[in-house]
Ligand binder design. Sequence first.
Ligand SMILES: [Zn+2]
Length: 293
Amino acid sequence: MVAAKRPKCLLHSQRPRALPVQRVCPLVENLLLLIFKCVDYMLTRGAGKDAEGMRMRKQWLLALTALAALALLARPGERQAVPADGTAELAAETHYIALTFDDGPRHDTTARLLDGLRQRGASATFFLVGEQAQANPELVERMEAEGHQVGNHTWSHVRLEGASREAVAEEVARTEAFLSQLLGGNGYWLRPPYGLITAGTENQITVPMVKWSVDPRDWESRNTAKVVQAVLEAVRPNSIILLHDIYPTSVEAALQVVDTLQAQGYVFVTVEELLYLNGVRPQPGVMYRTGKG
Ligand SMILES: [Zn+2]
């Protein structure tokens, strides 16, 4: 359970390790983009408007500026790191991808998943049912502490499509309030249950919404091998993968997918990071299905 506290949205330890040589310069460019986006994010998200919040933000700005300077300084030397014989051309490309988990947390399966992700240096995004989060607050705190993105999946997993505006507001606001109280900050991104929300009611959602591009229907088969196969057949760079961390078979499948795709050069980031890495600036009430938008 002892987890190193680390920044929410950048520089996960796996990235530099996983990078093939010829991707160093693009990485630096991505790194700079991410740094600038994170500065913008820290300034605009509104987490903590008190003196402590401002102090933290200033510290973040200083740290990020220093990182940007380091990245710029590192560029000439890294260019020289590409071998003259061109063997770097044979290395795999680095691709970014996002795993997302809905309906948790569940005490046993989610803890096992967090252990496995930490061992592999992989980040993920968790869309939490408020009732489940309230029953397992230590797991929610662990997600945040270990660099994962925490999101909102309504309080009681209601279908927002067809629900009244009042019901939508209540279901979303209650989980938002719980997460805000537990973790601080606000504006936790929303995944509507079943990925559905009544057309025309998006304007009452004040955060970005996240759907998916790869759905192995893990809840249906509850079969690790089938889920792994379905993901690997459909996955591509910038995919957003839907899984449910309440099933042991899905947790095992997720870890196998991470092992397989990391070996192919994939790097697992949060949805928020995936969008920023693609230069997408997420907007409230808009549904995002891949890292490209
Ligand atoms: Zn769900």
